[in-house]
Design a protein around this ligand. Structure first.
Ligand SMILES: NC(=O)c1ccc[n+]([C@@H]2O[C@H](COP(=O)([O-])OP(=O)(O)OC[C@H]3O[C@@H](n4cnc5c(N)ncnc54)[C@H](OP(=O)(O)O)[C@@H]3O)[C@@H](O)[C@H]2O)c1
Length: 321
């Protein structure tokens, strides 16, 4: 075998192993690598992380993962009683690393933009610093493209995009004034933000828009860390609250008995992405992780669209395949 043939063989082996990892792992390869060999979550001990949508699901699990390592937290959402439960759970998970004053409950409706600034002041008055903002609050959608009322398009964008952009701008301005632009903002996007998905057109467009906003921000502010975390199907209650195509309606379905990643695993991976200041990461069980890699490549996306019907893609998404 010539040296050139040997190099070619190595290259082929590299790609075969790489694609196998897409099948075997439950997240992108770089995130898996960081979870094994990257910076430990303990490196964030003492930092202040503000999580929106912390009252349930992914936000709650992320809060628990960070609390275990002594990260101080601001928990925001609308349901105060739920936030109180999460606060207690965080203190228990911290095993003495955090006191009650280290886990601040900050009730907040993301749609009330006029209150974002005073909410930020509350955080700064309490902790005298903010290290990371995690924009996690959001609602999904299930609806046929043709049935979606324009009011739903607007309302979903208000919550999943504009409220996030508004809060992030305030926090980034604070980072500029206080730290010369150093700081960290993150958002829970979705694999639906990488490529088209059926029966969630507005949601899919909103997560694409969110990614574009944050990637543009990163280009303008090189000292700022920006983390886009994109989960596939996760076992939370989010389908209960999901938008439909009709204004004011909620999908009201459960994710029970669907094949989905647990919220705890998702929160753990999200925390790794934050500790390692990763820019774009994702997670999902097979075949979602594989599809996420394909969705990031326009040619593969086109091929997938030709070989898989919208029903098949939807079944994968609902954890029925
Ligand atoms: N589960 C999945 O399969 C999946 C997949 C990809 C991406 N995601 C994303 O993950 C994020 C979290 O969703 P989840 O799955 O964890 O669902 P979830 O349990 O329903 O969490 C949604 C969170 O957002 C909060 N929220 C909703 N509307 C709000 C508002 N107007 N103001 C403030 N907070 C609000 C909710 O709290 P209150 O009701 O107490 O306000 C709740 O804490 C979302 O951005 C979602 O798009 C989820």
């Amino acid at each position: 075998m010539s040296f050139l043939e040997f190099l070619l063989l190595l290259l082929v082996a590299y790609y075969v192993i790489y694609v196998l990892l897409w099948i075997v792992l439950d997240c992108n390869v770089a995130l898996w690598f960081k979870s094994k060999f990257g910076v430990s979550l303990s490196s964030m001990r003492g930092q202040v992380v503000w999580i929106t949508g912390a009252s349930s699901g992914i936000g709650r699990s992320l809060a628990l993962s960070l609390a275990r390592h002594g990260v101080r937290l601001v928990l925001s959402a609308r349901r105060v009683e739920q936030l109180e439960v999460v606060q207690e759970e965080c203190l228990a998970a911290a095993r003495g690393l955090l006191a009650t004053k280290d886990v601040l409950i900050l009730p907040m409706d993301m749609l009330q933009l006029q209150r974002h600034e005073s909410n930020l002041f509350t955080v700064l008055n309490h902790f005298d610093r903010l290290d990371v903002l995690v924009n996690n609050a959001g609602r999904s959608q299930r609806a046929s493209w043709t049935d979606i009322e324009i009011e739903v398009d607007r309302e979903l964008f208000e919550l999943d995009v504009f409220s996030v952009v508004h809060l992030t701008r305030l926090v980034v301005r604070y980072f500029i004034e206080q730290n010369g632009g150093r700081g960290h903002v993150a958002a829970t996007s979705s694999i639906a933000g990488f490529g088209p998905v059926p029966f969630s057109a507005t949601y899919c467009a909103a997560k694409h828009a969110l990614n574009a906003y944050l990637l543009s921000l990163k280009l303008e502010m090189r000292k700022l860390d920006v983390t886009i975390f994109a989960p596939g199907p996760i076992a939370t209650d989010f389908l209960q609250e999901a938008f439909t195509g009709e204004q004011g309606a909620k999908y009201g379905q459960s994710t029970a008995n669907q094949k989905r990643m647990t919220a705890d695993r998702c929160g753990e991976l999200f925390a790794v992405a934050l500790a390692n200041k990763m820019d774009l990461t994702w997670c999902g069980l097979f075949p979602v992780n594989l599809l996420a890699y394909c969705a990031r490549n326009p040619t593969l996306t086109k091929i997938l669209g030709q070989f898989m019907t919208e029903q098949t893609l939807n079944k994968i998404r609902e954890g029925k395949l």
